[in-house]
Design a protein. Structure first.
Length: 284
């Protein structure tokens, strides 16, 4: 065998082995499943939470008080994504509802979950009209209703019975309370449900990692009895800077501190992002 030929064979063998190594490392990598991403959006005095699921699907809970939700969604949604798979309206007060009208005009919404509670408001009427005109399935939910997106489960815990066409004296107490479970990680969304009514949930599945504190941290949004059962590690308060209601109440902040709960506030931290892979979670 000539010396030239053996050198050529040697180089070929090296390239061949490198090629095999390249193919193995490129195609044998475990595909990292996307993390769940939850954004408590900085929409001022109101509530709006955008949830990006590992599958790429998405959920919006409430829309905040105005069109600031559009700007916030623009920052966290994929540029090409013009569709939201599920919109949940906790209750039709303006600080949760108004932004959803803007969202309905600009995104394709697959389905809406709400309670269907009776509430005389021209904004709520427009909301219902837009849903009807766009043929969006509008489901009136209550405790026991669930939906799965892959491993992610959304469960409704409140209202305990259907509120369709019912008049409730204090609309805060017609709020949807729902939990999101991603294997070992969970978040409890408590709408604006006030503490007297929260008592009805103490025997339910409300132990959780993250609590979205009810009613923007108002004094009537959290009781010790409730906190003692929920036992979150993190509390998120969605609240406007220097708001006229004095939210959050100092009593609520003290209570959370007493239980060593880490507090994040949209008025101080801006949009709060919490990511989870189903085992652990990270606040960004
Ligand atoms: Zn509110």
């Amino acid at each position: 065998m000539s010396r030239t030929k053996s050198v050529g064979q040697f180089i070929f063998s090296i390239l061949f082995i490198l090629g095999i190594i390249f193919l193995i490392t490129t195609f044998n990598k475990p595909q990292a499943a996307g993390d769940l991403k939850v954004y408590f959006l900085d929409v001022g005095q109101g509530d709006s939470t955008y949830i990006k699921l590992p599958s790429g699907k998405d959920i919006l809970i409430d829309g905040g008080p105005d069109n600031s939700v559009l700007n916030q969604l623009g920052k966290v949604m994929d540029f090409a994504d013009r569709e939201i798979n599920l919109v949940i309206l906790s209750h039709p007060h303006a600080d949760h509802l108004n932004g959803l009208l803007e969202v309905l005009d600009r995104y394709k919404i697959d389905q809406v979950w709400e309670t269907g509670v009776e509430y005389p408001s021209s904004t709520y009427d427009s909301f219902k009209e837009k849903i009807k005109n766009q043929n969006i399935p509008d489901k009136f939910v209550k405790a026991g209703d669930t939906i799965y997106f892959g491993d992610i489960k959304i469960s409704i815990l409140y209202p305990l019975s259907g509120l369709e066409k019912k008049t409730i004296d204090n609309l805060n107490n017609a709020s949807i309370v729902n939990r999101l479970d991603n294997n070992k990680f969970s978040i409890l969304f408590s709408g604006d449900l006030e503490k007297d009514i929260q008592k009805q949930l103490l025997d339910k599945n409300i132990f959780t990692d993250v609590l979205k504190v009810a009613h923007h941290g108002s004094e009537n949004g959290l009781s010790e009895d409730f906190l003692n059962v929920v036992r979150p590690e993190i509390a998120v308060i969605s609240v406007g800077y220097d708001n006229k209601y004095g939210h959050p109440a100092s009593s609520v902040i003290s209570l959370l501190k007493k239980y060593a709960v880490k507090i994040y506030r949209t008025d101080q931290n801006g949009t709060v992002e919490i990511d989870s892979n189903g085992k652990g979670y990270w606040v960004k």
